[in-house]
Design a protein around this ligand. Structure first.
Ligand code: GFB
Length: 322
């Protein structure tokens, strides 16, 4: 990718999009195009088409989505399917119609079947049923990546997808009911520490296994795949290391300096039992993560404390469109 390339980042205010913009700027890309939700409604196909036709970016990175944790997804599968499918269709298809030559579509490893082989290879896509708690989100992301694949095959456009594992880091959403587990746990343990609470209630059994990747590692992976002349249609991106939710909780409790006891609320869902992605493809191409979980957690807890002190913590809205 030329340093002078005009790059549109959809979703630049979200955790992923803002990390991609930071990484692009740090790498010397100066021609970055963004639009806020108020300036461009990605649910409006005509507006998206007009935007692409007037801006004519060389490259588009699609990091815009309605995102949320297991609580947000399971209570609103219809909304997660509807909005994410339309955002994907508009941002990808209208880009092709307007002649955008290169596009990177971002999704999530929840596109893979609930009981996929572990670690999950890219080939596991559509091989058996999806996890129900986030089926709507997964179906929308599968549609988006398939659209990229079809457009590449039919029109010769370099449209490709990258599926990150569970992400965390700068600019995350700290909403207690609707956020992802990692930021929610930071907020719960930090709140318990400052209030000297005897217990902290977490969801499910604590036994599910999850893999976590710092969003800055993901942003580096995005730049990496955008630099490949012939990228794979679909590639996983993860740290390659998993731990149980219980281990994650104990680690965060310790790093926060919290003494409260953990209580597991088994009426809340566990979600998929295990979700470790096979990262051998992206590693074989030359990318590897740089931020280890404990280092990333320390930094994220510091950022949480600073944002709380400034009054700029995200997580007031139930689940935000990034
Ligand atoms: O990150 P998370 O919300 O979603 O939850 P998924 C992961 C695990 O943490 C589940 C447990 O087993 C939860 O039961 N957990 C424990 C908690 N305590 C809490 C808590 O206080 N809050 C939350 N949120 N979880 C998401 C999908 O799945 O993965 C999204 O819903 C997306 O669509 C994302 O794909 C990457 O990891 O289960």
């Amino acid at each position: 990718m030329e340093k002078s390339a005009k790059i549109y980042v959809a979703g630049h205010r979200g955790m992923v999009g803002s990390a991609v913009v930071r990484a692009l700027r740090a790498a010397g890309f100066g021609n970055i195009v963004v639009r806020t939700h108020g300036e461009l409604d990605l649910l409006d196909s005509r507006a998206v088409r007009e935007f692409y036709e007037s801006e004519r970016p060389d490259v588009a990175v699609i990091a815009a989505a309605r995102v949320g944790g297991i609580g947000a997804n399971s209570e609103a599968n219809s909304l997660f399917l509807y909005e994410n499918a339309i955002i994907a269709m508009n941002t990808v298809y209208q880009a092709a119609e307007a002649g955008v030559k290169r596009l990177l579509f971002l999704g999530s490893t929840c596109i893979y079947p609930r009981l996929a082989p572990q670690p999950i290879p890219e080939e596991a896509l559509l091989s058996s049923p999806l996890e129900k708690t986030n089926e709507g989100y997964a179906l929308a992301k599968i549609s988006g990546l398939k659209l990229c694949e079809y457009l590449r095959r039919e029109r010769g456009l370099c449209y490709h997808s990258l599926m990150p594992t569970n992400l965390y880091g700068t600019g995350d959403n700290y909403d207690i009911e609707h956020g992802h587990v990692l930021p929610t746990l930071i907020r719960k343990f930090e709140t318990a520490r400052t209030q000297n609470a005897p217990t902290v209630t977490l969801w499910g059994s604590g036994t599910p296994l999850r893999e976590f990747l710092h969003v800055d590692d993901l942003a580096a992976a995005c730049l990496f795949v955008l630099g490949l002349e012939n990228p794979p249609n679909l590639v996983n991106c993860g740290s390659g290391r998993e731990l149980s939710i219980r281990q994650l909780a104990e680690t965060i409790r310790e790093l926060c300096g919290c003494k409260s006891l953990i209580v597991w609320d088994r009426t809340r869902p566990d979600g998929t039992p295990r979700k470790l992605c096979d990262t051998s493809l992206i590693r074989s191409l030359g990318w590897a993560p740089k931020i280890d979980l404990v280092g990333g957690l320390r930094r994220t807890i510091d950022e949480y404390r600073a944002a709380l002190a400034r009054g700029s913590l995200r997580g007031v809205d139930p689940c935000q469109v990034q």
